[in-house]
Design a protein around this ligand. Structure first.
Ligand code: GLA
Length: 694
């Protein structure tokens, strides 16, 4: 091994070389089945083109059935079989569900809710992230697993834990309280700094020492919001510490093997941007609801988020459902073609692996009605046939691996703001982080414009337009950065209830939105959140529409209104503004316009910023994305509609999913169909001339 092999890039290069194309596979839980089933599994995996499986995620009780009594016999046979069939194991560290012996011997590892309820074993993820006993036992297990499987030919990737924070994201027990106090001492050093940050002179909360501070347990009324915010940060850090504890062991024992953990799309408790630097590849589990008409847009937003959290590098779709899940109130399956379309959508937006939960649908246990690649009815089924066809199809475009997506629009997202925005005692409980992001993302998606979903720390200099959807918490530094971005020629769109508080949830004074007032050329004195169902007319130059959710009294301080409220009391007051600042333009939206009005606003902002759709004149609902690198340039087209569309290509491209890869000038996409279209390969050397000269 050389030094490069032990870097994130080196580790990922090795994984790519093993997989040889877009990875395809599933959570493989063979321990649920008799050993004889494995032969059929492996034959079906070959038929479906499976190249990678997430293995042993919930296997702690089997591998360590009693304290220190490790038994790897069963998984040795599975790993050997995988290696013999050329399948890579994304081997789990197995710590996602503590075994019965551990919680019997140490009930103190169990998590406790804010109301003081101890969560029992019987489900999974029943551990307190701060528990020294849990961390010690997890570390011992990971050391044993890593040492045992070091050098095994099937081992290609480590899967640490599983969906950290998806069931238990915060624990309020005594061990967590002690850990929280350590975390606060480290952050504030001096208790008076904490008193200042938490505004503890309000309601007589002033602390004389860190020892007096508790987690924000259930209280007579709203617990201190800054305390709640810090507890969310602490809880994220406590989970990340568990992840890093395991990762450090893996890096020491197997420095050549990349490490990932799977994030759950839309999960509020775990900050992907914060965890990303500790990972070699980012992984996402995505379960769009087939009953939601905009599910593909919601999924698109999360794919743009995970890709950008990983600095634009390809990511892994570690889980999706082959058809229905089991955990919603009503669990719709995926219509024929939908699973393929949504899988290709993840690939288009940067995924280098497509995987499912799970390989074989369980016979018993809590998830037996969750679809599997091999359903209860066996392989002679629509679901298996569709996934197997997809596996074979993905293998046709190995050139996609390692390519990247480049966009000119950034939408800002920050877990700190998400946590703070959704605390209690706010003007409206209807202003929700994901909804607000979606209200801005969806019109851009409809306009065919690619978006990067980035943290405010990201380098914005390459973006022509930056969108800030109700980013409630904005530090003065990030506010200055956005103002400079505009002054230097950028275009900014900011929506209401952005830039309201600093990193301690203390209001920026002098008129809202404190650090952005000057760039936006406005000032706001009062919020007027709307009652549920209330709708207001708005009027712009030529167009009129409606708005809801929120209004505020915007005073123009250099900006001009481009949309106004209409009607008694509010007639003529600005609903959306535009302002020139330096050499750039800053827009402000003081309400929630209806989708058509919002789309017009975003279209105007894009046009003025010089942002173009990926392809001109795309029908709404047809998504276009380009993935490219120095060697390859692939245009992916996805028809999310129920209508057939013919798309003219600006330049001819090869149809990569047709065996002869013919050159084409247009492509016809029936409903839910997709296309992968490559540019003619650019020769890296002059075309060789044959000896005869012809
Ligand atoms: C999560 C988990 C899986 C499984 C799926 C079901 O993503 O990681 O173990 O429970 O949900 O959708």
């Amino acid at each position: 091994m050389n030094d490069t092999a032990h870097t994130p890039a080196g580790r990922m290069a090795a994984l790519r070389a093993r997989l040889g194309g877009i990875g395809f596979g599933a959570d493989y839980n063979p321990e649920q089945w008799p050993e004889a089933t494995r032969a059929e599994d492996l034959a079906l995996m070959a038929e479906a083109g499976v190249t990678v499986v997430n293995l042993a995620i919930f296997a702690w009780a089997r591998v360590e059935p009693a304290r220190d009594a490790y038994d790897f016999g069963y998984f040795d046979r599975v790993m050997d079989d995988l290696a013999a069939h050329g399948i890579t194991a994304d081997l789990a560290t197995m710590t996602a569900a503590p075994p019965p012996w551990l919680v019997t011997e140490h009930p103190e590892v169990l998590p406790v809710t804010a109301a003081g309820t101890v969560l029992s074993p019987g489900g999974r993820q029943h551990f307190c992230p701060s528990s020294p006993v849990f961390r010690d036992r997890a570390a011992r297990l990971v050391e044993a697993v890593a040492t045992h499987y070091r050098g095994h030919p099937a081992l290609g990737l480590w899967h640490v834990g599983n969906e950290y924070g998806c069931h238990v994201s915060e624990c309020f027990c005594a061990a967590s309280a002690a850990d929280f106090r350590r975390w606060l001492t480290d952050r504030y050093k001096d208790v008076d700094a904490l008193n200042d940050a938490w505004s503890t002179d309000f309601w007589s909360q002033r602390y004389a020492s860190f020892d007096q501070v508790l987690p924000p347990r259930e209280a007579p009324t709203y617990p201190n919001p800054s305390q709640q915010l810090d507890f969310k940060r602490f809880s994220n850090d406590a989970l990340r510490a568990c992840f890093e504890l395991e990762t450090d062991i893996l890096r020491r024992v197997t420095p050549e093997i990349p490490v990932t953990t799977n994030f759950l799309a839309g999960l509020k408790s775990v900050d992907m941007y914060d965890w990303a630097p500790a990972m070699d590849a980012l992984s996402l589990d995505s379960y769009p609801d087939p009953n939601w008409e905009h599910a593909h847009i919601g999924a698109a937003m999360s794919y743009d988020g995970i890709r950008c959290a990983g600095g634009g590098e390809p990511w892994l779709l570690t889980e999706q459902a082959p058809s229905a899940v089991n955990w919603r109130a009503r669990n719709a399956g995926k219509e024929p073609g939908n699973m393929r379309l949504w899988s290709w959508q993840a690939v288009a937006q940067g995924a280098d692996a497509i995987m499912y939960f799970q390989w074989r649908q369980s016979r018993g246990g809590a998830e037996k009605f969750h679809s599997g690649m091999v359903p209860h009815a066996g392989p002679d089924t629509r679901v298996f046939q569709e996934v197997a066809a997809l596996g074979r199809e993905l293998a046709m475009v190995p050139e996609l691996v390692g390519t990247r997506v480049r966009n000119r629009v950034a939408l800002l997202s920050d877990w700190n703001s998400w946590w703070a925005l959704e605390l209690d005692s706010h003007p409206s409980d209807g202003v929700r982080h994901l909804d607000r992001a979606f209200d801005h993302y969806a019109p851009l998606f409809d306009l065919g414009i690619g978006v990067d979903v980035v943290h405010p720390d990201a380098d914005l200099s390459d973006y022509r337009l930056v969108v800030v959807p109700s980013l409630y918490l904005l530090s003065a530094e990030h506010g200055d950065k956005l103002s400079r971005y505009v002054a230097d020629g950028g275009s900014l769109v900011v929506s209401f209830f952005s830039g309201i508080v600093d990193e301690h949830d203390r209001v920026h004074l002098g008129g809202y939105p404190g650090p952005l007032r000057e760039a936006l050329g406005i000032s706001v004195q009062e919020f007027w959140p709307a009652d549920t169902g209330a709708v207001f007319p708005v009027q712009g130059a030529g167009d009129s529409g409606t708005a809801d959710l929120w209004r505020e009294d915007v005073t123009l301080k250099g900006a001009r209104a481009e949309l106004e409220f209409v009607g008694p009391e509010w007639d003529g007051r600005p609903a959306a503004t535009v302002h020139s600042h330096g050499t750039g333009t800053a827009r402000y939206i003081a309400t929630r316009p209806d989708p058509a009005t919002m789309r017009d606003l975003m279209a105007r902002a894009c046009t003025e910023a010089g942002v173009e759709p990926v392809l001109p004149a795309l029908p709404q609902g047809v998504q276009a994305v380009v993935r490219a690198n120095a060697e390859h340039d692939v245009l992916l087209l996805l028809n999310h509609t129920n209508t057939t569309h013919t798309i003219e290509l600006p330049t001819p491209r090869h149809n990569l999913l047709s065996p002869t890869r013919p050159l084409t000038t247009h492509i016809t996409l029936p409903p839910r169909d997709i296309a992968a279209l490559g540019t003619p390969p650019t020769p890296t050397h002059p075309t060789p001339i044959s000896p005869s000269g012809v």
